[in-house]
Design a protein around this ligand. Structure first.
Ligand code: GLN
Length: 506
């Protein structure tokens, strides 16, 4: 068989079941690809022994005809998920040496269903960022070449730890997106607090879904902003995302916000007709300064859905423009509270001090990077007695208004909403946010509303920019409307035609 890392997850699953390929072969091919791609910095920890042992167990189950839904399929895990006995640091220095004695619910469900773990994936520190540049382990390079650059130039740039001039895969799930796009796993886990699944998927020509808040358990995921965080997959096709989510989703008594509702057969929704669905086009997403090619992409998306029988309606989500500022109050507020636990006593790093207060200060100063410190300071400020009403309470009120905007539209019979996923194609590593962090925050303009409202959203590749880089469209659904998202995303994927992912130059 030709290189099995080129298969989609669904194709690999079918090949394993038909015994045309073994889990051992598939896993070894991926481990080889991961080893050759170390310079991309997508994986921060490789777990080859674990992977081979899991693959062997899968082959035994496949031989007995006891295959689980993901039997023998090698995947990568974002460093945010607790993995028993394996490095789990959310790419922060403050969690140095932390190896949990427990497994997150989402990853344990993946292993229950037969998936094989290849290693832990790079990410922004505590998932704070949009370019995977805040990681303690350094930036991740996208496998997509920058415009007008050749492979020789890119290989030289890759040798430099700063990776200047190469493209970012986005963030915070940059390792996940890069690994999936570079064929270093069949799919990966990711997480999304304000866009961290959808933006990296859009930047790398992959598919990523953030499910409805409560659809997946957050137990064993390192917390960033608990009322916004959700687990989800990144994969190369809509179908592969649907298969992954089927294993990741489900009720968990250990997470009080996880919803006790049956998990539908998501894969069955892929390819289902969208005839008669009402798709809303929100006028407020036509933002000033939006590049013409994003506008054109969006219009093409509208035409594809219309051609597939959907009814297109103009809608208004009037509070959209307040979403980003409100998010950058709510998310840091919750982060400052969640990150209070890293004090040098219970986990990871400890820097000695004169007394206990000094030890806390020294540890937190050395353990947190600049972006995390900024968020802790903003969060502490907006929650402080004198400013709580002026900032935090107001942001929560705006959050309610944003949620109501969506509720009104859905009550009027809209089934899903189509928007661009990001305001631009991928930018260069180090290009944004060094002088002004808000420049980086603006990346999330189309994605944060979805987290603020707790809704599901999927990003699907829809074409290439003038520079030949991937661009994505986003579909936003009703609460627990993931099946509709998979049906609509599949129409876009089929209409756009899957653009080939980059061939190996690294
Ligand atoms: N880029 C956003 C932030 O920095 C979202 C991150 C995320 O979804 N984890 O907060």
């Amino acid at each position: 068989m030709t290189d099995p890392t080129r298969l989609t997850l669904a194709e690999a699953r079918d090949a394993l079941r038909a015994r045309k390929l073994s889990a051992g072969e598939l896993t070894r091919a991926h481990l080889g690809a991961v080893e050759k791609a170390r310079a991309l910095n997508a994986y921060i920890v490789e777990t080859p022994e674990k992977a081979l042992a899991m693959a062997e167990a899968s082959d035994a189950r496949l031989a007995r005809g006891e295959a689980g839904p993901l039997e023998g399929l090698p995947i990568g895990v974002k460093d945010l998920y607790a993995t028993e006995g394996v490095h789990t640091q959310a790419c922060s220095h403050i969690l140095d040496g932390f190896k949990p004695r427990y497994e997150s619910t989402v990853t344990s469900q993946l292993w229950r269903d037969g998936a094989v773990m290849l290693g832990k994936l790079n990410m922004d520190e505590f998932a704070m960022g949009s370019a995977n540049e805040t990681s303690y382990y350094g930036p991740v390079a996208s496998p997509w070449l920058p415009p007008n650059r050749d492979a020789d130039w890119a290989r030289a740039a890759l040798a430099d730890p700063g990776k200047k001039g190469l493209l970012t895969p986005g963030g915070s799930s940059g390792g996940s997106a890069s690994a999936v796009a570079a064929h270093l796993c069949l799919a990966a886990t990711a997480s999304d607090t304000g866009g961290s699944i959808r933006q990296p998927a859009a930047f790398t020509g992959t598919v990523g879904i953030k499910p409805t808040y409560g659809r997946c358990s957050r137990w064993g995921m390192v917390a960033f902003a608990s009322s916004l965080d959700q687990a989800g997959p990144i994969a190369r096709t809509t179908r592969d995302c649907a298969i992954m989510l089927g294993s990741m989703a489900g009720h968990d008594p250990r997470d009080a916000t996880s919803v006790d509702a049956p998990v539908p057969d998501y894969e069955a929704a892929v390819g289902r007709s969208i005839k008669g669905l009402r798709i809303g086009i929100p006028r407020e997403y036509r933002i000033d300064g939006m590049p013409a090619e994003i506008e054109a992409l969006w219009s093409r998306g509208v035409e594809w859905l219309r051609a597939a029988g959907a009814e297109i309606v103009d809608i208004s989500l009037p509070h959209t423009r307040h979403a980003l500022p409100a998010y950058y109050i709510v998310a840091p507020a919750e982060a400052s509270s969640n990150l209070a636990r890293y004090d040098g006593v219970r986990y990871g790093l400890r820097v000695p001090g004169r007394d206990i207060a000094d030890m806390y200060e020294q540890t937190r100063r050395a353990g947190f990077g600049a972006e995390v410190r900024r968020r802790v300071m903003i969060g502490t400020y907006v929650l402080s007695a004198g400013y709580y009403d002026a900032y935090y309470v107001r942001a929560q009120k705006i959050r309610t208004l944003i949620k109501q905007d969506f509720e009104k539209v859905y009550a009027d019979g809209v089934d899903a909403i189509l928007t661009p996923a990001t305001p631009s194609a991928a930018f260069g590593i180090g290009e944004k946010g060094s002088a002004d962090p808000v420049e980086m925050y603006l990346n999330d303009v189309f994605t944060v509303t979805v987290n603020m409202a707790g809704l599901p959203g999927i990003a699907v590749p829809a074409g290439l920019s003038g520079d030949g880089l991937p661009l994505g469209l986003q579909i936003i659904g009703r609460p627990f409307g993931e099946e509709t998202l998979f049906s609509v995303a599949e129409v876009i994927e089929q209409s756009a035609g899957r653009s080939p992912l980059p061939a190996r130059w690294w």
